[in-house]
Design a protein around this ligand. Structure first.
Ligand code: PEP
Ligand code: MG
Length: 323
């Protein structure tokens, strides 16, 4: 099997009926790029920049950040590279950032909420991204967006920093797409409205499942509720993909679900444009997609979304795949 996958390394990802999708990788540091290219990654679908801020005793400087972002963009040689702005809080803490203890950290001041609360810190990251943008195909993504106002506020800060940099004579790419993670149900439900203003969506199922099912993704005692195949999740995913396509935008997925063998046929049928996963899963997923007909899977989606629970969905797809 490994041999069969290896020949796909330099191939595009195309379904059995000739429909192209993109498989990207999730990374945490510039060092991960080698593994992405080695495994035939067509893109970076998620660069989690928080690791740049972790394991140290002060914020990374603007120049340090430029270096890391430029390294990733250069390493990807012009391939699409989605960089997510800082997603700290929740389960991820910074020793040098003394945040008040919260009763429900996952529902608290994290990610974009914290960045908008600490605009100086956020502006530094945005400037570093803009300065690095000339080195590749940068797409900027904001995490944990719950309302359109948050997106507008974040994007306004980005445009302000861009104007400042240009006034200083710095070069900034003019083709940076600006998108959001869809990992909060309110945003999935309002996707049609968001789609008019964002350039793309990336569905973060790790959080979307926890918030939709109200089940902490780290809590073993409620892990039975952590159900990627619950039709509630699939219906939200469909809403997001359909909304983006109506506005001529694209939707990716960067949660664990994107690399799941049972999820892939469903997501292909729903019209997902980009699958982002750990590098080691890419070739297997490309091979699986090459054997699936997107049109045929699309014919099953209405029936799959009308099923009544997670188990029925899994059984349905397993039976299809066995044919
Ligand atoms: C997600 O929530 O699905 C996601 C990709 O982000 P993280 O796992 O970093 O929260
Ligand atoms: Mg998340």
């Amino acid at each position: 099997q490994k041999v069969e996958w290896a020949v796909l390394k330099n191939e595009a990802t195309v379904s059995a009926d000739g429909q192209a999708v993109e498989i990207g990788a999730n990374i945490g540091t510039p060092k991960d790029i080698a593994g992405v290219l080695d495994n035939g990654g067509e893109a970076i679908g998620l660069y989690r920049t928080e690791f740049l801020y972790m394991g140290r005793d002060q914020f990374p400087t603007e120049d340090e950040q430029v270096e890391a972002y430029a390294a990733v963009l250069k390493g990807m040689q012009g391939k699409p590279t989605v960089v997510r702005t800082l997603d700290i809080g929740g389960d991820k803490e910074l020793s040098y950032l003394d945040l008040p203890k919260e009763l429900n950290p996952f529902l608290g001041l994290r990610a974009i909420r914290l960045c908008l609360e600490m605009p100086d810190m956020f502006r530094t990251q945005l400037r570093a991204l803009l300065r690095a943008s000339v080195h590749g195909n940068l797409k900027i993504m904001f995490p944990m967006i719950a309302t359109l106002d948050e997106f507008r506020e974040a994007k306004a800060l980005l445009l302000e920093e861009k104007a400042k940099l240009q006034a200083e004579g710095a070069e900034v790419s003019e083709s940076i797409e600006v998108g959001i993670m869809v990992e909060i149900p309110s945003t999935a439900v309002m996707a049609d409205t968001f789609a008019k203003e964002v350039d793309f969506f990336s569905i973060g199922t790790n959080d979307l499942i926890q918030y939709t099912m109200a089940a902490d993704r780290m809590n073993e005692s409620v892990s039975y509720l952590y159900q990627p195949f619950n039709p509630a999740i699939l219906r939200l995913v469909k809403m997001v993909i359909d909304a983006s396509h109506l506005e001529g935008k694209w939707t990716g997925m960067c949660g664990e679900m994107a690399g799941d063998e049972i999820a892939i046929p469903i997501l292909l049928g729903l019209g997902l444009d980009e699958f982002s996963m750990s590098a080691s899963s890419i070739l297997k997923a490309r091979s699986q997609i090459s054997k699936l007909s997107k049109a045929e899977m699309a014919q099953h989606t209405d029936r799959i979304l009308a099923l009544s629970n997670s188990q029925e969905v899994e059984d349905y797809v397993t039976k299809l795949s066995a044919k």
